[in-house]
Design a protein around this ligand. Structure first.
Ligand SMILES: [Ca+2]
Ligand SMILES: [Ca+2]
Length: 80
C-alpha cells in the first residue's frame, strides 16, 4: 500500500515548518486548497505586468522591463 503522507494544514496553526515563501503561497491560493492553479498563479503575473506597464499600452518597453528587477531575498525559515 502506498498511503499518502500529505498532511493538509488548512486553517490550522503553523506547527510544521513551511517551505520558504509560504506566506506568498497562501496569498496566491485564493480558494485555499493548498494548490496553485494556473489562474491563481497568473493573477500575480498579471498584476506584476500591469504594475510594470507604466504607460498602460499592454506592452513593456526595455525601460519598463528594467524596472521589474527581481528582489534578491534569501529564503528564511523559522525552523529550530
Ligand atoms: Ca488553489
Ligand atoms: Ca508600456
Amino acid at each position: 500500500m502506498t498511503a499518502s503522507t500529505r498532511t493538509a494544514t488548512d486553517g490550522s496553526p503553523a506547527t510544521n515548518c513551511w517551505p520558504p515563501r509560504a506566506k506568498d503561497f497562501r496569498k496566491l491560493d485564493t480558494d485555499g486548497n493548498n494548490l496553485l492553479s494556473f489562474d491563481e498563479w497568473a493573477v500575480s503575473t498579471d498584476n506584476k505586468f500591469k504594475a510594470a506597464d507604466a504607460n498602460g499600452d499592454g506592452a513593456l518597453t526595455r525601460t519598463e522591463f528594467a524596472a521589474t528587477k527581481q528582489k534578491t531575498k534569501k529564503p528564511t525559515c523559522k525552523c529550530k
